[in-house]
Write a protein that binds this ligand. Structure first.
Ligand code: GRF
Length: 214
């Protein structure tokens, strides 16, 4: 049976579109039950509507606390019937209640080789510190930011003289490969989060690695 899942976005939504494409060509045995944004002007919402996906805007109200917002967000996800939540450029820190409610069913994609470079502006920071390798990580979400069990990483070698836009574009291409793969595993019952780690086909995830040139 196709797993209904929700995709939470704040911006362009290119990962959401990669996930949608994967549901259509059978790489994910699931369907997008809702695309939910915290911003009415997120470009990804329009792209989702064009593909006839159900969309919803859950904007924080003026002065609304993180917990209250999280309850409304959880209500929207729950109403969609989603059995998995995929954060895809959702630029809001989730409250403890939301994270607990979806524990083990909440994935995020982060543009670095976690645990290195948590937080923002990862491409710039990677270039500044002259790292040899960079990439992206799909991980289960826990309360601590960018800290949950890692499922799969896309990895590339930073090129000499490469600038931030070029590096970011290469990382995004890898994101569009690894996120559908992780969601596909989850939908097929092959991926789980247990004892503080990710498991693929009953083995500790490691995480799985996809090299750029593979
Ligand atoms: C991606 O780089 C992702 O790693 C980060 O936010 C960005 C979202 O991009 N969490 P998009 O909206 O999916 O294009």
């Amino acid at each position: 049976m196709a797993l209904p899942f929700a995709v939470l976005i704040s911006g362009r939504g290119s990962n959401m579109l990669a996930l949608e494409q994967a549901t259509r060509d059978g790489r994910i045995g699931g369907r997008i039950a809702a695309v939910i944004s915290d911003r009415a002007d997120a470009a990804g919402l329009e792209a989702a509507r064009e593909r006839r996906l159900p969309t919803e805007v859950v904007e924080p109200a003026r002065g609304e606390g993180r917990d209250a917002y999280g309850r409304r967000l959880a209500a929207a996800v729950s109403a969609s019937g989603a059995g998995l939540v995929a954060l895809a450029g959702f630029m809001r820190i989730l409250d403890r209640g939301f994270v607990r409610a979806y524990e083990g069913r909440l994935l995020n994609i982060h543009p670095s080789l976690l645990p290195a470079f948590r937080g923002l502006h990862t491409h710039r920071r990677v270039l500044e510190s002259r790292e040899a390798y960079h990439g992206c990580t799909v991980h289960f979400v826990v309360e601590e930011l960018d800290a949950g069990p890692e499922v799969i990483q896309g990895r590339l070698a930073v090129r000499p003289g490469e600038d931030e836009p070029a590096l970011s574009a290469r990382v995004q291409r890898l994101e569009h490969i690894i996120y559908p793969r992780a969601v596909g595993w989850f939908a097929a019952g092959r991926l789980a989060c247990r004892d503080g780690r990710a498991w693929i086909d009953g083995q500790p995830a490691g995480p799985a690695i996809v090299e750029e040139d593979a």
